[in-house]
Design a protein around this ligand. Structure first.
Ligand code: SAM
Length: 292
């Protein structure tokens, strides 16, 4: 059994916050998890969702460690190492004690996650685990999904906390009200599933909404899969006018609609993930073909 007495001997997170003046800032999406049973459970579920080996041999990247509750659980997991990217200099200072106690298994990087190429932080296999700042959660996710499209080895799993409503959009199935661009992009590239919900009271300060952890496992794609941008373009066109029939919203894609035998009177929410992928593929090919 590994000895985590250094980590377990650290001061309670509330004391770390007080000692470093780490009052929560709304602009940075700071809603902290201070119950170490909760952070341990998130890591346990994220490991279980990967399979029997969990994080063994995997380098875990955390976005926004804040005072370090989730980080403590990650350092104590079976991960090969942990790299954590934090924007707030006060939090980076507050994490120095944990970094020292982790004895080389934790590296804190001060920076903006939106500007950081996470694959440059460590060798594959890599996993991302984060209680995300909600104001930038969707652009962060889309950036990582686009990296997964370009390189299926970029991340072997992602376990991410979102507002429940965003989690519902990611995991929504065909015909559901929440089904849209985010559902198609996420489910095309990854198997997705909700791991757990957390009430506002689990956070300090409590956000207005319930939160959910979503687990993503990248899929192996066909070698002729369309580009990320091609699928983004067709889903944007369809869902930006989701009440319209696709003969209107996808008028630039009618050759594909016909070739694939889709009903021109259908609405975007009636097209499955693979319908969008095939449409993108058809027109991606068309674009490439015309260029050559
Ligand atoms: N992981 C901690 C926890 O669970 O208690 C904090 C989570 S809090 C919801 C989001 C964290 O992301 C904060 O620590 C915040 O400072 C950090 N953050 C906000 N914007 C960021 C950015 N652009 N890049 C990196 N970290 C950011």
């Amino acid at each position: 059994m590994a000895d985590f007495s250094n980590i377990d001997g650290l001061p309670p997170l509330r004391d770390v916050i007080a000692a470093h003046g780490l009052s929560a800032q709304k602009a940075l999406g700071q809603n902290f998890l201070l119950d170490l049973n909760v952070t341990a459970k998130i890591v346990r579920l994220a490991e279980q969702a990967r399979g029997p080996d969990g994080f063994a041999g995997v380098h875990v990247i955390e976005i926004g460690p804040g005072p370090g509750g989730l980080t403590r659980a990650l350092v104590k997991s079976g991960a090969r190492g942990v790299s954590a990217v934090e924007f707030d200099r006060r939090a980076v200072d507050a994490l120095q004690g944990l970094e020292a106690a982790a004895a080389g298994r934790l590296v804190i990087v001060q920076g903006d996650a939106l500007e950081t190429d996470l694959t440059g932080l460590c060798e594959a296999p890599r996993a991302i685990v984060a209680n995300l700042p909600y104001n930038i959660a969707t652009p962060l996710l889309l950036g990582w999904l686009s990296q997964v499209r370009a390189d299926p080895q970029a991340f072997s799993s992602m376990s991410l906390m979102f507002q429940k409503e965003v989690a519902a959009r990611i995991t929504a199935g065909l015909g559901s009200k929440a089904y849209g661009r985010l559902s198609v992009m996420a489910q095309w590239l990854c198997k997705v599933g909700r791991l757990m919900d957390l009430p506002p009271s689990a956070f300090t300060p409590p956000p207005k909404v319930v939160s959910s952890v979503v687990h993503f496992m990248p899929r192996v794609l066909d070698s002729d899969a369309p580009s990320f941008q091609a699928v983004e373009r067709v889903t944007a066109a369809a869902f930006n006018q989701r009440r319209k029939m696709i003969r209107t919203s996808l008028k630039d894609y009618m050759a594909g609609v016909e070739a694939l035998g889709l009903d021109p009177q259908a609405r975007a929410e009636e097209l499955g993930v693979q319908d969008f992928v095939k449409l993108a593929c058809f027109h991606d090919f068309d674009v490439k073909h015309k260029k050559n």
